[in-house]
Design a protein around this ligand. Sequence first.
Ligand SMILES: Nc1ncnc2c1ncn2[C@@H]1O[C@H](COP(=O)(O)OP(=O)(O)OP(=O)(O)O)[C@@H](O)[C@H]1O
Length: 330
Amino acid sequence: MVWTPLHDRLHQTLRSRSLVGRSQRLLLAVSGGQDSLALWRLCLDLQPQWGWDLGIVHCDHRWRSDSAANAHQVQTLAQGWGTPCMVVVASTALPSEAAARQWRYQVFGHQAQTQGYGAVLTGHTASDRAETLLHNLMRGSGADGLGSLPWRRDLEPGLPLVRPLLNWTRQETGAFCRDFQLPVWEDSTNGDRRYGRNRLRLDVLPLLKQHFNPQVERHLSQTAELIHADVVYLEAQAQALRLQVQQHTALHRPPLQAAPLALQRRVMRQFLQAQLPQAPTFAHIEKAVALITAPHRSQTDPFPGGAIACVDQDWIRLHHPNGPTFRTVL
Ligand SMILES: Nc1ncnc2c1ncn2[C@@H]1O[C@H](COP(=O)(O)OP(=O)(O)OP(=O)(O)O)[C@@H](O)[C@H]1O
């Protein structure tokens, strides 16, 4: 085996960030593309030092006509490399990219739990993180969306999802695969400009690199990392405040009035998220936040599902359409 500075980088990253432990059973999510293939090869090379027990999972979404061939190539490689491999085929056609992603993560969690793996690893890179940041920036998603793709998060309680290649660019995983002659599966939809993510990758990021900063992917990825830490802190602060002010479906206003706007918004979002049938939008949260300082008897328009928030002296009360107090509001 050849030990390169890239092997060293992964080894150091895993250690310094405590991403995985020694002798763990690790499930690698392998699409067959360059990023997850590089991760798989690197983990196999690091395995003797770490004592891991490695397995891979591949999801066949049955989206593309060549998806079975893709799965077959991953399976063949797994046999050659001696890695246990699970291929899971979607039973129904998945309607969108988002549905496919949701199904994939469910599969990862289920396979890891039923097969006794302690963590799931994906091949996300700094380039993916930069794309996600730009994509979410344009959707107006706020800090939480900009700080997405952390190094480690819980996929299920007690089952971490780890992304060890976040300090690699796609260019680097590509070069690694070429150097080691790894059989990369070229996804036939990667060049399809009907997908926004592809336009970001093929058109926008190369332009930014050429005209602004050749290191733009790394820099955007670092920005996402900084924002993520801020978001984790703010969410924890907001949760502590919400627990202090919330009683069932009501919020006590005076402590909220004394809190900064950043926390007011987060408390309101956490509160509405738990109460409404769908995630609150920016406009919903802003309307509810306005009630923190509004006069007695002020109220919002109905939220999705019909609930209304109104001011009752020092309290904001959320009245659900079928709840006991709803009629008194009307
Ligand atoms: N079909 C698949 N089977 C197994 N793993 C996959 C599959 N597709 C993607 N992955 C895993 O997810 C990683 C990211 O892939 P990709 O960027 O295509 O997904 P994504 O939809 O953008 O995911 P995310 O929403 O998490 O950003 C891959 O490196 C790989 O580890």
